[in-house]
Design a protein around this ligand. Structure first.
Ligand code: NDP
Length: 443
């Protein structure tokens, strides 16, 4: 058995039950086989073993009181995976499905994504199995305050800088920041995704979705193509999905379908994004409401959004949402490109089916890096005690995403794997972290 396969089987043995972490680590490590063949010193230094073992995983109890006076207890997590190239950086996810394996998969992916941005940020991730859905603002505040009362011990502007993810938007970041400031007395850039009145960056809200489209635009242009006139399907109706839809539409595409966790909408005339924003961002309701704005649209609770024929598919909801049979349907319907706004939304067999069929397939760690890149720009602005305009941040974001595309493209070609953007992203993200780890000695 070769070095990489040995590391994978030990990782599976040592981390039983963490299936999403196994999946993410296997995908990355298998693409690094070529690199390890060229660098035998990595095996001697146990570089992959060190890379796949987090620096630390912090697990804690989060007790909070609901509006009726009942006490609840949730699990809290922060996995600080790797800080070879900068302070730990990665979001907090609040969703009932959260467990250690999911946080470790996300934290591991974050190492490579953050490296690809070219900015000095390491990888981490955190969250809780708390479900903010259906909770009052006071209950969400009670949870966030309790969560931060433990988390504050482990984070700091130069140590670990969490941000939002599923279930954590501006409201939650506000409550978390307020509690951090109250406990520590520090007014520092310890979280990103902050409100504009207290250190947030313009364009952070839009960054992941816009960044995805900038990346896909660079990819399409490299093949002499573009978004103009394309039919697009976007899964999700959250932060990433909404702003991917906005930018794709600005570039001349027509987004015809979106979904949330209970159903999907189809609007042949093109999604009315103002209606989706009102339903999801303002009223926090279900997409079934969309018909009230656009009576000619369709709302479905059966079937899947991937049955809708399209040129470009953008999975922007959650992990493992696009399976092999969905990929086969998309391919049959003539899809030319798939760009991951979410983290690991495509199962490995589906991703390989796309690659085999010649579909341009962009993995999330490259294509959705715009969010964390803009978070790093927020950290820079906080350190400088100044704010850039929307246009300045957006222009930097666009430059970063185009640069990520070229790094990924060139890394794939350098290893004889042209158009294999999985290999390109993993190799390009890994190289910088590996060089830093080698320089730091055995730590
Ligand atoms: P949000 O919570 O804002 O939105 C998630 C959306 O996906 C919601 O509309 C949700 O539905 C929907 N959804 C969740 N699970 C399912 C499911 N099983 N089937 C269909 N729809 C589902 O999260 P974000 O937009 O922030 O994050 C989406 C993805 O992007 C995640 O994988 C996240 O890790 C990744 N990501 C996010 C970044 C960011 O900056 N926000 C940065 C990089 C990656 P409902 O409305 O019903 O809850």
């Amino acid at each position: 058995m070769g070095y990489v396969q040995e590391v994978i089987s030990e990782l599976v043995r040592k981390n039983p039950g963490e299936k999403e972490f196994h999946q993410a680590a296997t995908e990355v490590l298998e693409s690094l086989e070529l690199v390890c063949d060229r660098h035998p010193e990595y095996q001697k230094q146990a570089l992959l073993e060190r890379l796949t073992e987090p620096d630390r995983a912090i697990l804690f109890r989060v007790p909070w009181v609901d509006d009726k006076g009942q006490v609840h207890v949730n699990k809290g997590y922060r996995v600080q995976f790797n800080n070879a190239i900068g302070p730990y950086k990665g979001g907090l996810r609040l969703h009932p499905s959260v467990n250690l394996g999911i946080i470790k998969f996300l934290g591991f992916e974050q190492i490579f994504k953050n490296s690809l941005t070219g900015l000095p940020i390491g990888g981490g991730k955190g969250g809780s199995d708390f479900d903010p859905k259906g909770k009052s603002d006071r209950e969400v505040m009670a949870f966030c305050q309790s969560f931060m009362t433990e988390l504050y011990k482990y984070i700091g502007a130069d140590v670990d800088v969490p941000a939002g993810d599923i279930g954590v938007g501006a409201r939650e970041i506000g409550y978390l920041y307020g509690q951090y400031k109250r406990i520590t007395g520090l007014y520092e850039g310890v979280l990103t995704g902050k409100g504009l009145t207290y250190g947030g960056s313009l364009a952070r809200t839009e960054a992941t979705g816009y960044g995805l489209i900038y990346f896909m635009d660079a990819l399409l242009k490299s093949k002499g193509n573009s978004f103009a006139g394309k039919r697009v399907v976007v899964s999700g109706a959250g932060n990433v999905a909404i702003y991917a839809t906005e930018k794709a539409t600005q570039l001349g595409a027509k987004v015809v379908a979106m979904c949330d966790s209970t159903g999907w909408i189809y609007d042949e005339a093109g999604i009315d994004l103002a209606a989706v924003k009102q339903i999801k961002e303002v009223e926090r309701k279900r997409l079934s409401e969309y018909k009230n704005y656009r009576p000619q649209s369709e709302y479905h609770t059966d079937g899947v959004i991937w049955d809708v024929p399209c040129d470009i598919a953008l999975p922007c909801a959650t992990q493992n949402e696009l399976h092999l049979e969905h990929a086969q349907t998309l391919i049959k319907n003539g899809v030319i490109a798939v760009g991951e706004g979410a983290n690991m939304p495509t199962t490995p067999d589906a991703a390989h089916a796309f690659q085999k069929a010649g579909v341009l397939y962009a993995p999330g760690k490259a294509a959705n890096a715009g969010g964390v890149a803009t978070s790093a720009l927020e950290m820079t602005q906080n350190s400088m005690r100044m704010s850039w305009t929307f246009e300045e941040v957006d222009a930097k974001l666009q430059g970063i995403m185009v640069n990520i595309f070229h790094q990924v493209d060139e890394a794939a070609k350098a290893y004889g794997q042209a158009d294999n953007f999985i290999v390109g992203a993993n190799v390009a993200g890994f190289t910088k972290v590996a060089n830093a780890m080698m320089a730091h000695g055995i730590v």
